[in-house]
Design a protein around this ligand. Structure first.
Ligand SMILES: *Cc1c(COP(=O)(O)O)cnc(C)c1O
Length: 406
């Protein structure tokens, strides 16, 4: 069986984790701080905070911004559930909007229509690794009429004076937007990456927040504040407490337990060091192999990887089969699995999930989301995928689709 997305765990990673284990410091410490610095340099972010997941990062930022009951957060209907669950955790309402046909990303028109006086945050998702149109989302947020609608509550909202642009960049580390990588201040106020086992860069589990808030925010002060907030509201972390005589600490709020460990950071440091040269290069190569193989077929629609100002991080190869319905897609997936190739669907839209249906959401309200989903099949993309395996994936897909559509 060709697996869908195994991590790249080689001697170099294993040795770095062993070094961390032997160092005597395994929780948040020097490796986490170093990984934060390297990520900051890589993205051009003002400040980076590493945590135990992207979900934790998104929730931490919503909590920091004071999102609560009565507030609304706009996000695509087409995403992983983490994007919406964190809004529910805060007691606020996730407002799903439809997506584009072309790139699977949040529709600007739908975003603008969804904004009202309760809107506090917009959370675009760079689906499959292709960046959203951040300049256009900013333009919407900064329109006079829309700024007037914003009703700030609490000091952070007063200070920003507009809707927060919080990017769920779980897929898009290393992607480009107008000459900047995701995580750069040009894109969003805050960008959150995931280092979950299936993501482009993994730390087994993990995530990072790129802090790029505008003046008068001080992103260094905010980093310090969020360190405390992500560790029980304790004003000193474990490492600081080990310093001579520095044992006394205080709890300044009932904070969370979201910190990254140095074992995770050990994996991340190696992953990042060779991310462009190995990982992105290999993923782009696999994408181009798939693209070349499928482009001669009328039934195939390959994912957008580049336009005049953007380039994907080549995270998910989201193939669409023109002219099929959901049942036919499911049958094709079964046939591909029968040929010993693991594929997937990114994603089952949130309005189709039991929990979100129980809150009253219906997929019929998101026609493009459903259309994209019902003919989508995600193909294996990972570092150790060999040329032979790529060939097997291509043949399995072509044979399964041709048998089904004829
Ligand atoms: C994976 C993923 C997340 C969650 O990342 P974790 O690090 O597992 O919390 C959030 N959003 C999207 C779109 C994802 O695919």
């Amino acid at each position: 069986m060709i697996p869908f997305s195994p991590p790249r765990i080689d001697e170099k990673i294993i040795n770095e984790v062993i070094s961390a284990l032997k160092s005597g410091w395994i929780t948040t410490g020097p490796r986490t701080k170093l990984f934060e610095e390297h990520l900051k340099d890589y993205c051009g972010a003002k400040k980076v905070l590493c945590l135990n997941s992207a979900t934790a990062g998104l929730e931490l930022m919503l909590r920091w911004f004071g999102v609560k009951e009565g507030d609304e957060v706009i996000l695509p209907a087409y995403t992983y559930t983490a994007t919406a669950n964190v809004v529910v955790h805060c007691g606020a309402k996730p407002v799903f909007v439809d997506v584009n046909e072309e790139d699977f990303n949040i529709s600007l028109k739908a975003v603008e229509e969804a904004i009202n006086e309760h809107t506090k945050v917009i959370m675009p998702v760079d689906i499959g690794g292709f960046p959203c149109d951040y300049d256009s989302i900013r333009t919407i947020i900064n329109k006079t009429g829309i700024k007037k609608l914003f009703k700030p509550q609490g000091i952070e909202q007063e200070k920003l004076g507009r809707i927060l642009l919080l990017s769920d960049a779980a897929h898009s580390l290393g992607a480009w937007y107008k000459g900047h990588r995701t995580g750069h201040p040009h894109l969003a106020d805050v960008t959150v990456f995931s280092f979950h086992a299936v993501k482009n860069l993994t730390t087994a589990e993990g995530g990072a927040i790129c802090l790029n808030l505008p003046e008068p925010f001080d992103n260094n002060d905010l980093y310090t504040h969020l360190c405390v907030k992500s560790l029980h509201g304790q004003n000193k972390d474990a490492l600081q407490k080990t310093q001579k005589g520095n044992w006394r600490y205080d709890i300044v709020e009932a904070g969370y337990k979201f910190n990254m460990t140095d074992l995770q950071a050990a994996i991340g440091l190696i992953e990042l060091e060779r991310y462009d040269s190995d990982m992105l290069k290999k993923r782009a190569y696999i994408f181009s192999r798939y693209e070349n193989a499928f482009k001669k077929y009328q039934w195939a629609k390959t994912p957008l990887t580049k336009d005049s100002h953007r380039e994907t991080s080549y995270h998910v190869f989201m193939l669409r089969i023109n002219g099929i319905n959901e049942n036919q897609r499911d049958a094709i997936i079964q046939s591909i699995f029968d040929k010993e190739v693991a594929v997937n669907v990114h994603f089952i839209p949130l309005p189709m999930m039991s929990f979100y249906k129980s809150l009253g959401y219906q997929i019929a309200d998101f026609p493009q989301t459903y259309a994209n989903y019902s003919c989508e099949i995600s193909l294996p993309v990972y570092y150790n995928l060999s040329d032979e395996q790529i060939e097997s994936v291509i043949n399995a897909v072509i044979n399964s689709v041709e048998a089904s559509v004829k």
